[in-house]
Design a protein around this ligand. Structure first.
Ligand SMILES: Nc1ncnc2c1ncn2[C@@H]1O[C@H](COP(=O)(O)OP(=O)(O)O)[C@@H](O)[C@H]1O
Ligand SMILES: [Mg+2]
Length: 220
């Protein structure tokens, strides 16, 4: 098991109103597994992924990552773990506009004081059918291409777990299908576990396990 979320509760308070978003949210992710979570807008999908990805803290419940309860880790241990084991793809992919596709992909390694792994980057660009877009700026890429660059960036460190928050949310059907096919290929090639949220039933079908997030918790 690479990740376990156990009875996660999370609420937000806006002034004096408390909004319960997750209540008794539990999820097990095994190595190599694709998990899809469907839910309406506002159902808590992003909140759940942020907590699973250790970017946000639950009010109660436990996150066990690689057999370690992350509650026992301080912020710097947590960020090491996060950088090493988790890749994030957000719906709004946050590519840096003034840097090329390749530079965007290498940036996280540069920020961590490492040499960029050009070889891995180049092979991922190839795999993503983007070899001839390496020096393009984000503004010179289509929406589908930008999403694929964001996936490459998330995969650079070979994370054991890829978290994708509505990665096809702003793509047309053709580009959405292409992205999904590539994610499935990556999962087969590298045995990377994937937790993906979507509101598209067609996309949700790729899950080895498919869940619906409703009233704060998951059902199959
Ligand atoms: N930081 C926050 N402060 C207050 N409310 C929030 C915050 N983040 C999310 N929410 C609320 O929590 C609910 C779930 O949000 P979210 O997880 O983004 O849903 P989804 O990703 O499924 O659309 C929404 O009603 C949203 O307004
Ligand atoms: Mg969301």
């Amino acid at each position: 098991m690479i990740l376990q979320a156990k009875s996660i509760c999370k609420s937000f308070s806006n002034g004096k109103n408390k909004l319960s978003v997750l209540s008794d949210f539990s999820l097990d992710v095994k190595s190599g597994q694709i998990i899809t979570i469907m839910g309406q807008s506002g159902s808590g999908k992003s909140t759940a992924l942020n907590i699973i990805g250790t970017l946000d803290h639950p009010d109660s419940g436990d996150i066990i990552l690689n057999e370690k309860n992350i509650q026992s880790l301080d912020e710097s241990e947590l960020s090491v773990l996060r950088n090493r084991d988790i890749g994030f793809v957000f719906q709004f992919h946050h590519l840096l506009p003034e840097f090329s596709a390749l530079e965007n992909v290498l940036m996280p390694q540069w920020i961590n004081g490492k040499d960029g792994d050009n070889l891995r980057a180049t092979s991922l660009f190839e795999k993503m059918d983007l070899s001839n877009r390496i020096s393009h700026l984000p503004s010179q890429l289509s929406g589908g291409e930008r999403s694929r660059v964001a996936v490459i960036r998330a995969l650079m460190n070979q994370p054991r777990l890829l978290l994708a928050d509505e990665p096809t949310g702003n793509l047309d059907e053709k580009n959405a299908n292409k992205l999904i096919d590539l994610l499935c290929e990556i999962n087969e090639d590298f045995q990377q576990a994937i937790v993906l949220t979507t509101h598209n039933p067609h996309v949700a079908k790729i899950g080895h396990k498919q869940y619906i997030l409703e009233n704060g918790s998951l059902s199959e």
